[in-house]
Design a protein around this ligand. Structure first.
Ligand SMILES: [Zn+2]
Length: 309
């Protein structure tokens, strides 16, 4: 366990939103201890801030989005995965539009930017949430569960009736080095028929073979091929790391997911926070651990429908 970390200097990147297709620039800036990850609206003069926490989650199947304080940010999961994967605890993310740029569909562009400036170790300890008893959520055949473990681990299983995927199982021992080496480069994927259906609904406007592995009936459309033979399940691990960071602090436990997706990932986060008898906080500054347990969920938050823009 370590102290909190932030970026050593600001970093910026620009691209288009996967769903909106609109240009957007994000700037990640160093932030003081106990800030967490906070989005800042730089579309116009508002300057409003929105913490990346589960209480601001907007229900959506296609991506992870948060809404509050007069703005929303969609498709936050890949940049959150990069921050969580590398151990960036405190950061402001200025956004000029309502969706994080998709870049190449993976987390590696964000990882390279973060590594280009490096991290600063801060003066406060970083608390960890250690799971003491299993917690599970399921929806039909989809399920995600967290069990006690001495180290953070993720095991993901996916099943698709497609010759390039079939059944893929992957276990990730969480560390900055393994995240960068094994997970960060895995790209978003989608089936051609799904992609066409999304376009028909006005979504996925920024999707292309530059940022999505598109599966045809028997293969993939991308001429450059796959980055890993099991890139699909690795991307699911990436998404889970990003979604799970809405917990607000690193976890110690074994996350086990099968056929899952954003909605179920975030439901598990909610369930964990609603069952404080099943976890403890480690590495806190003082004996005030109990006070952190009143964090971050608010059931009174009304669900706001995601507006496609
Ligand atoms: Zn993803």
């Amino acid at each position: 366990m370590r102290n909190q970390q932030t970026l050593a200097a600001p970093i910026t990147c620009s691209g288009i939103g996967l769903h909106s297709g609109q240009p957007v620039t994000i700037t990640l800036r160093p932030a003081p201890t106990n800030t967490g990850v906070v989005f800042v609206n730089r579309n116009g003069k508002s300057g409003a801030s929105l913490p990346a926490s589960i209480e601001h989650l907007v229900p959506t199947e296609l991506c992870t989005a948060i809404n509050g304080n007069g703005f929303q940010v969609k498709t936050i999961e890949h940049v959150l995965a990069a921050l969580s994967g590398l151990g960036v605890d405190n950061v402001y993310i200025d956004v000029t539009a309502g969706e994080i740029p998709v870049m190449d569909g993976s987390a590696v562009p964000f990882v390279r930017l973060i590594n280009s400036v490096g991290l600063t170790l801060q003066s406060r300890r970083q608390p960890y949430l250690k799971i003491m008893a299993p917690i599970e959520v399921c929806d039909g055949q989809k399920r995600v569960r967290i069990e006690p473990s001495s180290t953070p681990k993720i095991t993901y299983t996916i099943h698709y009736n497609h010759p390039m995927i079939k059944t893929q199982v992957y276990t990730h021992d969480c560390s900055a080095a393994t995240f960068e080496h094994d997970i960060a480069e895995a790209r978003t994927f989608g089936f051609m028929h799904e992609v066409q259906a999304l376009w028909a609904r006005g979504l996925g406007q920024g999707g292309s073979l530059e940022n999505t592995v598109v599966l045809s009936e028997n293969g993939i459309m991308n001429e450059s091929g796959l980055r890993f033979s099991n890139e699909f399940v690795r991307h699911k691990v990436l998404d889970l790391i990003g979604d799970f960071s809405l917990l607000g602090m690193p976890f110690i436990g074994h996350l086990i997911a099968e056929r899952s997706g954003h909605a179920l990932h975030t439901r598990l986060v909610e369930q964990i926070l609603e069952q404080p008898e099943k976890w403890i906080l480690l590495n806190t500054e003082s004996a005030s651990a109990e006070s952190r347990k009143s964090l971050p969920i608010s059931r009174s938050q009304p669900a706001v429908a995601l507006q496609a823009s």
